[in-house]
Design a protein around this ligand. Structure first.
Ligand SMILES: Cc1ncc(COP(=O)(O)O)c(C=O)c1O
Length: 393
């Protein structure tokens, strides 16, 4: 009989189980919402990136249905062959206006936008200067580019400057940061990094996945929040989180976008969005412009929930955004906290190594604009009970 050549994978899974880190995927029946049915249980959902509650917004569902009826369910091709439908181009024009840049290109996801862009604009002769907590899609893009990667300590502008200073002036270099860090919720130090990039002639890139729809006027992102327009060469945004659908985009100069049309591999080699996705995103951008009060509700809920957790004595790190980590230390403790919260009716996913450092495991929460204060108070009460049970507060 043939021996299983993948047996080592089971051994690794057993090792994860022994450390209390093996997880099965939780399943949501029904809609992704502020209250969802997860593994058959109705829970307050604090685990999604559905910041504005747009995943099931009636007007956006209507847009998607109308697009399916008018344009079908798929695009049938990659963008560069036959997969550029008028609605894809319309979305890019609307996003370019929204972001106040020359041009935008939409990718299948934020992940492919980051990885496809970094890997195509750099070569192995180049250098990337990257925050140590930048997202995995940036790291993968850097690795694919084969550029030299120099990592600076989290948010340490002086350390980034030091790396830049030591590089030859003619060296092509990319300085890159997340706008909002996805596991801690703090903001990239854009003003300091932009100034350093300008001083040393680096390309400046910001991944605004968690800022899209959350920070800046009408959710334009951290570049708008910090008034850095014209100083960031490459902005990445996502359509998969606050915008409620799926996709990522790059915003920048016409030449950057034209270059990505020719060289970004996910754009060249993977089919474009179904037209209903583009239609939904168009509707979502319109909502951000017409109803910015949705974003204000997100921030009200964020303030209420974070103040409650702090009052209880939890460590929520240095968050400046709706991403609210409840940091507990050990991975198995975070999973215990998550499991007990779930039993108490609150869905807050545990996050451990390798997503965060080994001693910084946490439960990561995000409230949405659509949670009611009763739901948030219910969640705070559950955190209080379970936190005391586990000796965390
Ligand atoms: C900082 C950051 N960048 C990029 C992405 C990828 O975005 P998407 O989910 O649209 O692929 C994520 C999502 O996890 C993220 O947190």
């Amino acid at each position: 009989m043939r021996t299983d050549p993948l047996a080592y994978l089971s051994a690794e899974l057993d090792a994860l189980a022994a450390q209390g880190l093996r997880r099965s995927l939780r399943e949501i029946s029904g809609e992704q919402a502020h209250r969802s049915v997860v593994d058959g249980k109705s829970v307050v959902n604090l685990s999604s990136n559905n910041y504005l509650g747009l995943t099931n917004h009636p007007a956006l569902k209507q847009r998607a249905i109308e697009a399916i009826e008018r344009l079908g369910v798929g695009s049938g091709s990659v963008r560069t062959i036959a997969g550029t439908m008028a609605i894809h181009a319309e979305l890019e024009r609307v996003l370019a206006d929204f972001k106040q840049v020359d041009a935008v290109v939409v990718f299948q996801s934020g992940f492919t936008a980051n990885a496809g862009t970094v890997s195509s604009i750099l070569t192995k002769e180049d250098v990337v200067i990257s925050d140590e907590l930048n997202h995995a899609s940036i790291i993968d893009g850097c690795r694919l580019s084969r550029a030299t990667i120099k990592v600076f300590p989290h948010k340490d502008v002086d350390a980034a400057r030091k790396i830049l200073r030591e590089l030859p002036p003619a060296q092509r270099k990319l300085l890159i940061t997340d706008g909002v860090f996805s596991m801690d919720g703090d903001l990239g130090p854009l003003p300091g990094l932009c100034a350093a990039a300008e001083e040393y002639g680096a390309i400046m890139m910001v991944d605004d996945a968690h800022a899209s729809g959350v920070f800046g006027r009408n959710g334009r992102g951290t570049v708008d929040h910090f008034a850095m327009h014209g100083r960031v060469d490459v902005q990445v945004g996502t359509l998969s989180k606050a915008i409620g659908a799926l996709g990522g985009y790059v915003a920048g100069s016409r030449a950057l976008i034209d270059f990505l049309h020719h060289r970004a591999r996910p754009f060249l080699f993977s089919t474009s969005h179904p037209p209903s996705v583009a239609a939904t995103c168009l509707g979502a951008v319109q909502l951000l412009l017409d109803e910015p009060q949705i974003i204000e509700r997100l921030w009200e809920n964020t303030r209420f929930f974070q103040a409650g957790l702090k009052r209880l004595g939890f460590d929520i790190g240095l968050t400046e955004s709706p991403i609210t980590p409840v940091i507990v230390g050990e991975g198995s403790k975070a999973m215990q906290l998550s499991d007990k919260l779930f039993a108490a009716g609150v869905f807050a996913q545990g996050i451990a190594f390798p997503t965060v450092a080994r001693d910084k495991a946490r439960v990561r929460t995000i409230v949405t604009a659509t949670h009611t204060q009763d739901e948030l108070q219910f969640a705070l009460d559950a955190f209080a009970t379970v936190g005391r049970e586990l000796g965390l507060i």
